[in-house]
Design a protein around this ligand. Sequence first.
Ligand code: UDP
Length: 410
Amino acid sequence: MLQPVNVGSKSLADYTHIVGRDLAEELRALAEPLKGLRVAHLSATAFGGGVSEILYTLVPLMKDAGLDVEWQVIYGREEFFNATKLMHNALQGNPQDLSEEQWGVWEQYNQMNARELSPGWDVCIVHDPQPAALYSLVPEKSAGWIWRCHIDLSTPNPATMQRLLPYVRDYPESLFHMEQYVPSGMRGRANVVPPAIDPLAPKNMALSPEDAAYVCNQFGIDVDRQMICQVSRFDPWKDPLGVIDAYRLVKEEIGDVQLALVGSMASDDPEGWDFFNATLAHADGDPDIHILNNFNNVGAIEVNAFQSHADVVVQKSIREGFGLTVSEALWKGKPFIGGDVGGIPLQVDNGVSGYRVSDVDTCAARCIDILRDPALGKALGRRGKEHVREHFLTPRYLRDYLRLFGEIGS
Ligand code: UDP
């Protein structure tokens, strides 16, 4: 019932020229005593979202380091995913908690999966809340168990958090993006480890300016005029309406500027569609506002092209877990403006490697500064890229895991 995911192969050697020899050698040294370690990653889905994005890179690299790694997707049906979607939202602050029945469904599916999990793993890494009850439900706890939480637990619905806590607090090790996300009451060791992006994946690999312009042009962008871009789900927390307001202020000063809002949609997410339509309505037919989603065939390469071609990339979030799009933009050397929330301050040093803003007016003012002064934008972008190189590329993330595995084993 647990489905193994086929991840293909990747080679650590390909990353050396990007992250440097020191890290490459450190990885080799850390991996040496871990050869053959049997590691299971357990998650709720292999498609969409940050977790699968990360595992498609991390799992093959762990294998290349000599570990015996498998990624398995837990079994679940609609009733389970309805419950876990509510749980996800509640844990990030939504007032609606799960009903008693939904908590029952969640536990029942975790029980089924716990029964199915094969024994013999040295390390089991459980990703996010969906399968989080596995540890408390498996009879045999001899493996090193890790809960990897990818979401923002800083201001959860208290009832939901209290109900989840007994299932997660006894994990010997847990990982969070930021200190503020560690719930109180964890009994094991809570580690702060931010995620990372894969510089060689289609979304982040180097695209020539001509190729990026070619792709944007296919979507109706006038590549000879400046473009502001935000890549994000159509979600109120990502504030695309605020981005449109900021763009309008910029346009008063720089008449030919364009805006691209690039976002992915899930076909089974009616709220997402409502908000997408609200965003369209807010754009009010402005031909210089381009609103695109994955149903227009916007995939990884297209996201890459929009981020690479933009004159300024914005992520004007009001709430943000980590914000992979931030590192994605900075890695492309782009001047960046983001909301001063969640993981964005980790990634952007205000005024040095981009700007952090808390309102529409400041967002617009910083956009104008950058669009009028390309040298400023270039300097910000270059510093942003170096910050990402040092902190937010997958080999660093791999190192943190290998260190943890070494500590668990010793
Ligand atoms: N993304 C994408 N296509 C889109 C919009 C977003 O591939 O149209 C990707 C984006 O590049 C990033 C991820 O989805 O890798 C979003 O992660 P992030 O941490 O920024 O936000 P989340 O959606 O997890 O809140």
